[in-house]
Design a protein around this ligand. Sequence first.
Ligand SMILES: [Zn+2]
Length: 97
Amino acid sequence: MALVVVVPKDKLTINGTTKSYAKAGSSGKPVHRIFCPECGSPIAHDPEAAPPIIALKGGTLSEADKKALKPDTEIWTVGKLPFCSEHLAKPFEHMPE
Ligand SMILES: [Zn+2]
């Protein structure tokens, strides 16, 4: 499981150098995977299938920001593992359209 924070792309500024590579997502359209060129840590996924949004990796946020999150949506529950006991308000078996 991974915590991602979906935000409006036009409201986000990433400071510092990043690199990315693109690979087809479940929609068939490219998903740009943005990462730190120094250590390889993933930073965000930028899906061409959903131009207004970008999905930040939750681990990139400050401790204060992470503690303020109130997750309400889970995706890809079709592959949810038995030990994942969280059940959020908006579950999707696959990527929502
Ligand atoms: Zn890094």
